[in-house]
Design a protein around this ligand. Sequence first.
Ligand code: NCD
Length: 297
Amino acid sequence: MVNKKITSIDDLSAKDIQSIAEQAIKFKKSKKNYTRKVSKNIFNLFLEPSTRTTISFELAARKLGHNSININFEKSSLSKGESFNDTMDTLISMKPDALIIRDKNNFSPREIEKKNKIPVINAGDGTNEHPTQALLDYCVIKEIFKNKKIKIGICGDIKHSRVAHSNIKLLSKLGYQIHIIAPSYFLDKGGIEKINNKIIFHKSLNSVKNLDILMMLRVQKERIRKNAKNLMSSFKKNFCLQNKHLLNKPYLMHPGPVNRNIEISDDVLNNYPNSLILRQVEMGVYLRMACLKYILK
Ligand code: NCD
């Protein structure tokens, strides 16, 4: 039998995405915690900082009645100089039923899945993808708009954002109209057009009107090689979200963590009534329950 995996949105068909989202929304409605006679062992290997994703995966496993075993860089032998491959071989020898991994290197979840043939979920790999974030964002969109084909804007550091890449793949697969709002230094237009050549690009928040949803992204300062400070301050000056950009009252999303007053002004973050940011966090738990159910089948 072939193992299920979520190493990229490419691993999922439109039908898979819909059934995972429907399951997540069901879990959210039922609020049930499960107990089981035989629980599975799920290893969470987080080699980059995380609050929402780690806790929601752990909570999701527990709510399903499974065991969640967490390891991060500081606690692992990687911090003693053990190589990544040796650490992986050690963990795999303990026979986890599934592995959740966040790593700074692009494609490492895919490589681990290929080599070890165990169910793997990518919890964020470098600048490449963060499929469960895109799935949870979609669940929130689906809860509000059902299957209506709305206009979605994605604004910020598209180039370095794994959240952007997974969202663009997912929303393209489902046929949404996507608007990208970004300065040229935060955009790899060719790469994005390869995913979807119907995307509409904007150079300013003022030039995009009538969005149903505006998704802001964190400037990935730790991944910018040159001039991070200058680019941050240029972005802040020209793209930091203010009330004047929100006149038609789109829903506002952000995967978190937010750089306050770089991507979103304090005033908007504290007071904007159509913000979905904490609803995204809440959905993260139910979506990760649905993802675990999908890969453990
Ligand atoms: C994102 C990540 O780590 O890629 N955070 C998250 O999982 N909610 C987004 C980010 O750090 O910008």
